[in-house]
Design a protein around this ligand. Structure first.
Ligand code: PBG
Length: 323
């Protein structure tokens, strides 16, 4: 006779819900949005169906609609005109630039919106790299200065959470000191702690026209072969004053999310990146996968792996389900 029957706990939706070990709510989600110059622009990203490059006038009502759906936190990424890019990413700390102007306008319209910003040189760099390029090398310590100015400009424009995505050594400590010295002690840092050199960023680089002009990002982003190295990065970020540790991408790196969740007391975030979104959308458009069910299962798996917060292009679609 079979006495142990695990199926008993699965016999109805009510019981399945009662014994569910993981939950997923809109409170866990951060919505990345792409910003472009101009007016009256809402241009779909070809490789990311349902995601757009928004001009500020169009972005404002979109954020309003998302707030009404319960999304509280937004991660904004700017697409900068090629003519404004240079080697030193000067435009990244122009207080009158596209990005700080948008941050101020969003904060003024929706003071309750939590705004996360991206700190890295690539959207503003004529080389398309996250740091300063000299003779084919990415300079680390010289880049920190640019990142510091960028973060300060963003904090002054109203950023709540700074997200350094550049993977330069020492940047979390440098940014914490720079922000604190200017009185921004309440601005948080969500560090891209374990950011891997990943093929899954392709659609994002299409959206921002930010692909490297030469070479790749393997001398600063992590090798996908490595797990223990994430502990080195997490130790440093924790010591340097990060408020959140992020793993990116999410789905191909669930083991790394679990590793950090088990070893650190800070909240863990995960970035369900553009390529992960594109794969689900492409298969759903072909009728090869149930897009909604696949989205829900993917997001739940990231929570189960140990992430508190998930940056995901699915945020609005999930919120619209009213779960
Ligand atoms: C740039 C940055 C990237 C992403 C977020 N910030 C791309 C990269 O490192 O090349 C990728 C996000 C995504 O793919 O959704 N510093």
């Amino acid at each position: 006779m079979i006495t142990r029957r695990p199926r008993r706990n699965r016999k109805s939706a009510a019981l399945r819900n009662m014994v569910a070990e993981t939950s997923l709510s809109v409170d866990n989600l951060i919505y990345p949005l792409f910003l472009i110059e101009g007016e009256n622009q809402k241009i779909e990203v070809a490789s990311m169906p349902g995601q757009y490059r928004w001009s500020l006038d169009q972005l404002l009502p979109e954020i309003g609609a998302c707030l009404n759906l319960g999304i509280t936190t937004f991660a904004l990424f700017p697409a900068i005109d090629e003519a404004k890019k240079d080697k030193m990413a000067t435009e990244s700390h122009n207080p009158e630039g596209l990005y700080p102007t948008a941050l101020r306008a969003i904060k003024q319209a929706y003071p309750e919106a939590v705004l996360m910003t991206d700190v890295a040189m690539d959207p503003y760099s004529s080389d398309g790299h996250d740091g300063i390029v000299e003779n084919g090398q990415i300079l680390n310590d010289e880049t920190l200065e640019v990142l510091g100015k960028m973060a300060l400009t963003q904090a002054e424009a109203g950023a709540d959470i700074i997200g350094p995505s550049d993977m330069m050594d020492g940047r979390v400590g440098y940014l914490r000191e720079t922000l604190d010295a200017a009185g921004h002690t309440q601005v948080s840092i969500m560090s891209y702690t374990a950011k891997y050199a990943s093929a899954f960023y392709g659609p994002f680089r299409d959206a921002l026209d930010s692909a490297p002009k030469a070479g790749d990002k393997k001398t600063y982003q992590m090798n996908p072969a490595n797990r223990r190295e994430a502990l080195v990065e997490a130790d440093l970020d924790t010591e340097e004053g990060a408020d959140f540790l992020m793993v990116k991408p999410a789905l191909a790196y669930l083991d790394v999310i679990r590793l950090l969740a088990d070893n650190y007391d800070l909240p863990i975030a995960a970035y369900n990146v553009s390529g992960e979104y594109a794969m689900v959308k492409a298969a759903a458009q072909k009728g090869w996968l149930d897009g909604e069910a696949t989205m829900l299962e993917s997001l739940l798996s990231i929570r189960r792996a140990g992430a508190t917060s998930i940056l995901t292009y699915f945020a609005r679609e999930f919120a619209e389900l009213g779960k």
